[in-house]
Design a protein around this ligand. Sequence first.
Ligand code: HEM
Length: 252
Amino acid sequence: MAVDISTPTPRATAEPARKTLAKKPALKPRRGARSSLALKILMAVTGLLLVGFLYAHMIGNLKIFFGAESFDHYAHWLRTIAEPLLPSGWFLWIMRFGLVVAVVGHIVAATILTRRARKARPVKYVHRPKVQGSYAARTMRWGGVIIVLFVVYHLLDLTTGTLNPAPAGSEPSARVIADFKAEQWYVTLFYVLSIVAVGLHLRHGLFSAVRTLGQRTARGERIARGAALLLSVVLVVGYLSVPFAVLTGLVD
Ligand code: HEM
């Protein structure tokens, strides 16, 4: 969450200097560098799993444009996936468990990598673009915090209905529509800010993940940047279309 995973690890950064001094190429990466690489791979893989969920969820939300019934049918279907192989609702719980593991793995890896980078960098970013590097890291950190707070609110709002203005036991479509009514503008605003935070986080995270997974050429970097931007914009527009459709009366 908080770290630019495309950043070389502190030990890896220090490696060339050591090599020059010793005039002897190191044959094996040091243990710290290896474990930092493993953490970056963990961040990239868990991040990609979360992107898969985000896209599937966004596409599911678009069902609201086919009518309340279609949306509620979809919400019900989520609870019947893999039946009769699995009992009702089990697939959803397995998916929830996988999501929690992915989120925790992503945050733990980010926290350890950020701490390591800070410890090994008493003088900040001597060789790196100062403003860009720290800006990206800050955005990722605070973006990540906003997203976690949003998800907690979102679950209490639309999954349990605890904070939702619709009466208890309402259908999912009624809860979504109740959320984004004009008089509840602050809820819509919070959703908009959070979704934009998701988009920014995703853009930088996707680009970093591609680097971590081995992409190094200038052309590849340009393509990765463009693809990350496109995927993030599509996701943000897809999610935002729902509150704006309710606000403008397109969906009611
Ligand atoms: C306007 C945008 C969004 C809408 C309208 C929306 C709608 C919903 C609804 C209706 C549910 C309840 C589904 C059910 O229980 O049947 C839900 C669950 C959920 N949403 Fe969203 N969502 C939006 C954005 C997001 C975003 C941006 C994230 C992640 C950052 C997210 C993460 C989740 C999660 C984790 C669940 C719980 C899934 C489960 O365990 O059942 N949602 N959402």
